[in-house]
Design a protein around this ligand. Sequence first.
Ligand SMILES: [Fe+2]
Ligand SMILES: [Fe+2]
Length: 149
Amino acid sequence: MKESDQSIVAFDAHEQEHANLEKLLATWGAMVAEKKANRNDVSVLLAGLIETLQSHFDHEEHEQGFFKTVVKQAPWLSEQAQTLMDEHCGMCQMLERVHSHAQEDSPHDAWWTKHTDEFQQFRRSFLRHERSENDLLQQAFTQDIGSND
Ligand SMILES: [Fe+2]
Ligand SMILES: [Fe+2]
């Protein structure tokens, strides 16, 4: 398999992981919108999301992963790539905090108010991060197409 074909396969898998994470986020969002879900179900969903997120970040940071492939293609984007990689740890910690707070025993309304705030905060950070990665990929390949003209 040519190196460029391997990159396409890797980017397909990367896109699929983004789609899976967004699906989990949408399920969580539906629970938050209804405010009826069993707290234990929310907690189980969050545990799954943490695991999926961590594994996604590990794949991105891998030697043959998303960032290394992008930077190999477009070395001038290495600083932006590093900034995005540096966000991973903070996002995992944020989600672990939400998970831990979700297990606290507090009155229904107070619990959902806090949980909704935390959901929105995480969702904003996460979507911004993933959008920046998609932009990074596009920049790497747009520049490349331009340079081959
Ligand atoms: Fe990432
Ligand atoms: Fe990502």
